[in-house]
Write a protein that binds this ligand. Structure first.
Ligand code: PHE
Length: 338
């Protein structure tokens, strides 16, 4: 009887350890636990009844090995549980703030992706990326850009002025606003650097436009500025044509229409012919001599061109998005398509 019981313990142990080792998920392991360690039914019950049938004087010894076997199986089960649970623990341990070569979670926003592509393209033409603040002063958003005090672009209905700044006693000079254009960065760069200058600046702009399918109160622009001893309008058109062709992937035509901006002379609206349609991309022109003078450049020595392109518009064309609002709603069903 003792030998039978010992043999039954041994085969119980072997079978349990084999089942534990081959359980490939936590659910499968739970079934193994119920079968081999479950209190109500299961294999433990059989062994207990064997124990009950043994001679009273052999019982302590058998009881000891019964407990040993049980403890061994329980230990193996716990160990396996730890192994199967590990992938979950590894995910929880990912530090998303660390730079990594394999992004595990999330993806770039289509606007960010478009801006990264823009930087790549113009980077190949020698444009370095400059940045400027989104909260701007009157000087950089207007004065240095040759926008006079009475100009309609300064209207409170056209800009997000900060109430505290308006209430201040300093008049217009003290005005602070969310920048309405990235042209502010032209000034910031030229104030800091001597010519030649060749920069782009990409970022958010703010205007209190009524929000609809093609307008938003927050949008992105890419500003470009090139100043050197003999920069011409032909350089401007060449850069824009190369840029649009590289981004849109087809050989596109670029068209200039006469326009007006206080900080460029002459000024143009830029259109691109893409898939048989003319699409408006933004404004551009030759940097106004007044602007150059304002930052201490000599307009007799250097000339320059500047452009400001709407980033959403490019992004919408390329991905055939028909409503600008989709970009800023944070709907993962939309964003995960890119
Ligand atoms: N800043 C102008 C706008 O927002 C665009 C522009 C930039 C025009 C540079 C000319 C030169 O409309």
């Amino acid at each position: 009887m003792t030998a039978d019981a010992q043999a039954a313990f041994a085969s119980y142990k072997d079978e349990a350890l084999a089942a534990i080792a081959s359980a490939s998920s936590e659910d499968a392991l739970e079934l193994v636990r119920v079968e081999f360690l479950g209190k109500k039914r299961g294999r433990l019950k059989e062994l207990q009844s064997l124990l009950g049938q043994a001679d009273p004087e052999q019982r302590p010894l058998l009881g000891k090995s019964f407990n040993q076997v049980q403890a061994e199986v329980r230990g193996a089960l716990e160990e396996r549980q730890g192994v199967l649970a590990r992938p979950v623990a590894a995910v929880a341990a990912i530090d998303v703030t660390l730079p990594g070569s394999q992004p595990v979670i999330g993806r770039r926003h289509p606007i960010t992706k478009t801006m990264d592509d823009f930087k790549d393209i113009v980077g190949r033409m020698g444009f370095r990326v400059a940045t400027g603040p989104e909260l701007e002063d009157d000087h950089h958003n207007f004065v240095a850009l040759n926008i006079p005090p009475e100009h309609p672009a300064r209207d409170p209905l056209e800009n997000f002025y900060l109430a505290t700044a308006l209430a201040g006693s300093g008049g217009d000079d003290a005005a602070v606003l969310m920048r309405s254009q990235t042209s502010t960065v032209q000034i910031r760069v030229m104030e800091q650097t001597a010519p030649p200058v060749r920069i782009v600046s990409l970022g958010r702009c703010y205007r209190p436009d009524t929000i609809d399918a093609t307008h938003h109160c927050m949008f992105h622009q890419m500003e470009g500025l090139m100043v050197d001893t003999d920069v011409t309008m032909a350089d401007l058109k060449t850069v824009l044509k190369h840029f649009a062709t590289a981004f849109l992937g087809d050989d596109v035509s670029v068209r200039f229409r006469p326009s007006f901006f206080p900080f460029t002379e002459p000024s143009v609206e830029v259109d691109v012919l893409w898939r048989d349609r003319w699409l408006e991309l933004g404004g551009a022109g030759m940097v106004d001599p007044n602007v150059l003078r304002h930052v201490g450049f000599d307009p007799e020595e250097v000339t320059g061109f500047a452009f400001g392109l709407g980033i959403e518009r490019f992004c919408m064309m390329r991905y055939q998005v028909t409503d600008i609002r989709r970009f800023f709603e944070n709907d993962v069903r939309f964003l995960s398509q890119f």
